[in-house]
Design a protein around this ligand. Structure first.
Ligand code: PRP
Ligand code: MG
Length: 212
């Protein structure tokens, strides 16, 4: 019998709550996250611990069947990947921020400016929609440092508590989208795995209902 391969974040914001959810739906994982792969003891499921940014491609290729991942990551690079369930945790927003001391009157202020971000597609789409042209600089982490070191006039990154913006003397000026953890599904899932996924979805729905 085939097993459903579920990807979860190896480390980072979603990891703990993802594992908690799997536990709550009765999927007990044998080994810890030192292993990159773990089997469930009591359910046809394998869990793969992967890097956030790699998960969309694995889903597209069908290397994994499903994933617990931030909706923001899917929007950035998950075209064609469906969302089976919104999971209600790890809520955040994707925002543009500028230094506190910068006067900001609106998006036109960003015309011709440099924006540092790990979400280039999301930013580009937003700017295109608003008819603004700016220079996007891709940085993979610690994006909020960019204005302080003279790399950019603005940044775009996820904001959760707001403490990273605060610590780096930045203020939020535009909200591009809101996000939360979701159960994402590979576009090439076969029927047998679809049936396992439906069982999992059913359990997740019960757990989420209980949390309301
Ligand atoms: C994430 C994100 C923001 C911050 C938002 O960074 O990139 O910087 O968390 O959370 P907050 O609003 O609660 O401060 P993370 O700490 O994961 O590090 P990284 O950007 O270097 O990957
Ligand atoms: Mg960060």
């Amino acid at each position: 019998m085939s097993k459903l391969r579920i990807a979860v974040q190896k480390a980072g914001r979603l990891h703990d709550e993802s594992m908690e959810l799997l536990k709550n739906i009765g999927i007990s994982i044998d080994n810890g996250k030192d292993q990159l792969k773990a089997s469930a003891r009591n359910f046809p499921v394998e869990v793969f611990y992967l890097r956030n940014g790699d998960i969309p491609q694995y889903l597209k290729d069908g290397v994994v069947d499903a994933a617990i991942i931030g909706e923001n990551v899917l929007i950035e690079k998950g075209e064609g990947i469906g969302i089976a369930e919104k999971l209600g945790f790890s809520t955040c927003r994707v925002c543009i921020a500028v230094p506190k001391a910068t006067k900001y009157n609106g998006l036109t202020d960003l015309e011709g400016k440099r924006i540092a971000t790990s979400y280039p597609n999301t930013v580009q789409k937003y700017l295109d929609e608003k008819g603004i042209s700016a220079n996007i600089h891709i940085i993979n982490g610690s994006v909020e440092i960019a204005p302080n070191i003279g790399l950019a006039e603005a940044i775009c990154d996820i904001v959760s508590s707001g403490s990273t913006l605060f610590k780096n003397n930045l203020k939020e000026v535009e909200t591009l989208l809101k996000s939360e953890a979701v159960l994402a599904v590979s576009p090439v899932l076969n029927q047998e795995k679809q049936a396992i996924l439906e069982k999992i979805q059913f359990r997740i729905q019960s757990v989420l209902k209980g949390r309301e």
